[in-house]
Design a binder for this molecule. Sequence first.
Ligand code: DCP
Ligand code: MG
Length: 356
Amino acid sequence: MNRKIIHIDMDAFYASVEQRDNPKLRGKPVIVGGRSESRGVVATCSYEARQYGIRSAMPTSKALRLCPHAILISPRFETYRAISGQIRTLMLAITPLVEPLSLDEAYLDVTNNQHERGSAIRIAERLRQEIYSATELTASAGVSYNKMLAKIASDLNKPNGLSVILPEQGADFIATLPIEKIHGIGKATTTKMHQMRIKTGADLKAAGEALLIRHFGKMGFFYYQIACGNDPREVKPQRERKSIGVEKTFAQDLTHPDNILAALYEKNHEAFSLLREKQQHAKTLTIKLKYSDFSQITRSHSINPYFMTAENADYWIAELYRQIPTNQGVRLVGVSYSNFTERSNAPQQMSLFHIT
Ligand code: DCP
Ligand code: MG
């Protein structure tokens, strides 16, 4: 039986929140991001700003060149997180099968749901209305029979729209789709596929499973499934997010990488002691840095069966830290442990995708 999956994605999320909370920003090009003097980037921008070609991840300096009268706002993550929680509560009132992807995005599996007489489309419409009533923010929804198509669908009628890809339309839809629209095919893979003359879903399917696996390993199998209109991934509801960690905000921003790393090590040893005190074993380590412009970054690493010593975790902290840009001062560092496991019962590593 076909599943019924809904993907919800808030419209211009951070920017819409800023316009909601400050009426003077409504109807104007608004950029939420880091300051151009400190080499900040655009987190997102209002639809008015998108008309000038401004996009997420663009350097703020470039964005302001494209639209000099755009209004630049620093992000307020606590507010976005709180709204995200409100939206999550509305989703959980419909089904426990909610898988959040980020603050503004989630999948719902409503295959066996009895709301709205089982109509996924009506459930999605109702949820969009409830989100709007509770937050005054608009969301777009995609409804389909798997995650990939639901996510692509939610983009089709943005902003404030809903779109449906029916089971009988899935294969044809994927066939004409440019491969870069497939979630999980990033810039590097797109380039490689273009070199192989794979431009659309149809090309991807024609390439065949064996060739895709040869060139892309495990992902090749996944790409082939997608090209056939199948996405076997299940909606995985988030387990209760328990974590143990410590953070520190500095009176003066740290700028030297050695000092930042030393601070991370120090917080790690404190966090690890807490873990020991609570007799927990954690598979996942997360480091967090907050920069001078209040933007923040987190990086995680998971190991099997769990982190046994603080020194072993130090090694991974250094590895994670190496991958993080440090062209700004750091005002806060944090280290936390999550994904707790029983000592005797550490589960084996999960495969990348659940094949059903
Ligand atoms: N975000 C970010 N950096 C990025 C992309 C996104 O900080 N490179 C943040 C800001 C966005 C939020 O995540 O508001 C959600 O990301 P989306 O990609 O869903 O973008 P928007 O919700 O802003 O716009 P859209 O209407 O296209 O969904
Ligand atoms: Mg969004």
